[in-house]
Design a protein around this ligand. Structure first.
Ligand SMILES: Cc1cc2nc3c(=O)[nH]c(=O)nc-3n(C[C@H](O)[C@H](O)[C@H](O)COP(=O)(O)OP(=O)(O)OC[C@H]3O[C@@H](n4cnc5c(N)ncnc54)[C@H](O)[C@@H]3O)c2cc1C
Length: 257
């Protein structure tokens, strides 16, 4: 049962509310996915009045405010100055339909993501870094997922940073074009040649399968990562094969774009 609703206008106030042991208090961005984290009374801290819906480019870094909506981010990419991020735009379009993109926030979507989230997988390939308060810790998205609840307990993501000069491509297979992916891959290539590959469509969180100074071995790494990725949606054999094909396709696209 929701017993309290707060909409603070200052970060300090939000953090104080979240630090309370009782009642259990959780933040919401768009509020479209939050779940009760415990039985019993639940207090909600709505983040929408904190002024965190920003998009700021500083040189080669893009800082996304935690409550920037998926549509807000998509609009920025579609303005055209960030051609390398077209793969991220494709993942956002696949993540949610237009109405839900107006509500879902960048941080809420990352925190809530399962392995089948195209957006979270593309952000993992981009090596997104979260700013977590209190303390201002810089936490890599890949380090969040193994212990998501523990790392965020009583804390708040205020910002998510990605590179502006990285080229990312997103590929997937699904039952229908708009359905959640059964297998998806995102390849990110830096000007230095650094290459990262993330896979999704399976499991509790997207998975980083390759991070190297250049791209050699990406396809093999993708296939190996999904050797045992069988579930009710697809066999491991199918996923292993598809992961290799999509990894190659995403890499070719990110390298060529
Ligand atoms: C009709 C409908 C269909 C949906 N379909 C899918 C689907 O198919 N697959 C899917 O994965 N999701 C789905 N969702 C969930 C949802 O759309 C996305 O996950 C959404 O983008 C979450 O963003 P939000 O801002 O609304 O999250 P919220 O609901 O606000 O928050 C989600 C989680 O993140 C935490 N959180 C939010 N902001 C922060 C922050 N700044 N710092 C720390 N923690 C934070 C919250 O405490 C909560 O645990 C659906 C939702 C709806 C309403």
């Amino acid at each position: 049962m929701i017993v309290e609703y707060h909409r603070p206008t200052e970060l300090d106030k939000a953090l104080k509310l979240l630090a309370r042991p009782d009642p259990v208090t959780i933040p919401i961005g768009g509020g479209s996915a939050f779940r009760r984290t415990a039985f019993g009374p639940l207090a909600i801290v709505d983040l929408q009045a904190l002024g965190l819906g920003t998009f700021v480019q500083k040189g080669n870094t893009i800082e996304l405010g935690a409550t920037l909506t998926l549509q807000g981010l998509l609009d920025e990419i579609e303005k055209g100055a960030l051609a390398g991020l077209e793969g991220l735009a494709k993942a956002i379009r696949h993540e949610a339909a237009h109405n839900l993109r107006q509500v879902g926030s960048v941080a809420g979507c990352l925190v809530n993501a399962s392995g089948r989230s195209p957006f979270a997988m593309a952000m993992l390939a981009l090596d997104a870094v979260l700013k977590v308060e209190p303390g201002g810790e810089a936490l890599r998205l890949g380090d969040l997922y193994p212990l998501r609840r523990e790392r965020l307990n009583g804390r708040l993501i205020t910002q998510v940073s990605i590179g502006a000069n990285v080229r990312v491509a997103y590929e997937y297979v699904a039952r229908t074009p708009a359905d959640r992916p059964i297998v998806c891959a995102a390849a990110a290539v830096w000007p230095s040649g650094r290459t990262r590959l993330a896979l999704g469509g399976f499991g509790e969180a997207p998975r980083l399968v390759f991070d190297g100074p250049e791209a050699g071995g990406v396809e093999t790494a993708a296939r190996s990562a999904y050797l045992q990725a069988g579930d009710a949606w697809a066999s491991a054999e199918y996923r292993e094969h598809a992961a290799g094909v999509l990894a190659r396709r995403a890499l070719d696209s990110a390298s060529a774009s």
